[in-house]
Design a protein around this ligand. Sequence first.
Ligand code: FAD
Length: 439
Amino acid sequence: MTCLRELQGKMANDHHFNHSRPRVWVPGPVIVGAGPSGLAAAACLKDKGVPSIVLERSNCIASLWQLKTYDRLRLHLPKKYCELPMMPFPKEYPTYPSKQEFVEYLENYAKRFEIEPVFEQVVESAEYDESVGFWRVVSVGLKGEEVEYECRWLVVATGENAEAVVPEIEGMEEFDGEVQHTSEYKSGSVFRGKKVLVVGCGNSGMEVCLDLCNHNAHPSLVVRDSVHVLPREMLGRSTFGLSMWLLRWLPIRLVDRLLLIMSWLIFGNTATFGLDRPKLGPLELKSKTGKTPVLDVGTLAKIKSGDVKIHPSIQSVGSHSVQFVNGRIEDFDAIILATGYKSNTPSWLKEKSMFSEKDGMPRKSFPQSWKGECGLYAVGFTKRGLVGSSMDAKRISEDIEKFWKAEAKNLSKTIARSFTLQPTFFPVFSCYDLENTRS
Ligand SMILES: Cc1cc2nc3c(=O)[nH]c(=O)nc-3n(C[C@H](O)[C@H](O)[C@H](O)COP(=O)(O)OP(=O)(O)OC[C@H]3O[C@@H](n4cnc5c(N)ncnc54)[C@H](O)[C@@H]3O)c2cc1C
């Protein structure tokens, strides 16, 4: 990476590169995003002997975890289902590591595989240049300085959660109290004694309600759709682990049935306290729509006891109050939007066949979602969490390795030739040479 920075600096001042912005030829893949997926891809590539560079808009790795999550967050799934390739979690970590532990693990992962992302580089566009057969990736730094990276392979690792989703709600701009997305929420301590409306009943919304209760705030939860809430553990095993094990032997519908019977025995009928279950079972729903079941960490007990009130959809918002679709009006001091995230690829990736412009997700679903055309790859867009990221990273590195080895052979011959001709033009020659050797 130091080498890359030197090259970048050299090229910026190189008279042969007479462009409005410096151009950097990257021999290996450019990875956009230094979250767990980008780190996993870089590590797997490195393991295969393929160098890469990682561009990250933020000033740290795993910015979603470090900057945009609440303090009490722990991994929702047991650690063995969240480890990245080639490095298990430390034995002394608990089954569900805290976010601090997870970040520490990722920092150590980056160190171990010597991954040094280029920070504070927002990738604003990436376009495939057919005339030469490589990608032009333009990033913008903090002071607005642009750099163009040119590469044969582009790995998109910007995540399913790149931007907060903020729904349009009638009258929201009139509301006098605080309005926060969960990406800004840290702790319920600042809401002590306040009436807080949490909009959205996924894992984050449910957990924020629990956190608010624990800090003596008075949360209410807007539940618009039906939702599957499952205990985080059943029969002394994690529900996720048990499901995966049962799926080895039984069809998905039967496993769903067993999960629902167990949940009913533990929770009772969740519909009686305002949480209707979808018609499809939790695993079938997840595989068909990507909608994740909520793994309960204690919120349901608070709903049962009335500490968390349930409301239907919002009709409109006033300066201090919220009217719900059932006509009920209530006053609130704050609103927390647990309304999720979305991918941001449509805003920067100038390629429309692999990623949908509508939702920024690969058009092909798992397990085909990782590979596009012309050296384009996606890591971490499987709707299967970190397990999916690891699987993608391994596949991508294996695929690129094949081309890398073949091209490295041809390239070394050309480098030898071009160096005797004109050493200063090496990066340009190498680009065009790759075009000629492209498969
Ligand atoms: C609250 C929460 C809890 C979760 N818990 C679990 C769990 O327990 N187990 C599990 O398996 N999964 C979990 N997930 C799901 C998923 O595993 C995580 O979201 C994980 O962080 C995904 O990693 P990623 O690298 O794909 O995306 P991200 O972590 O979002 O990383 C993407 C990176 O790309 C950067 N980026 C985005 N756009 C650009 C750009 N244009 N230019 C440069 N950089 C850019 C971002 O700054 C970010 O650092 C959880 C998700 C959330 C939100």
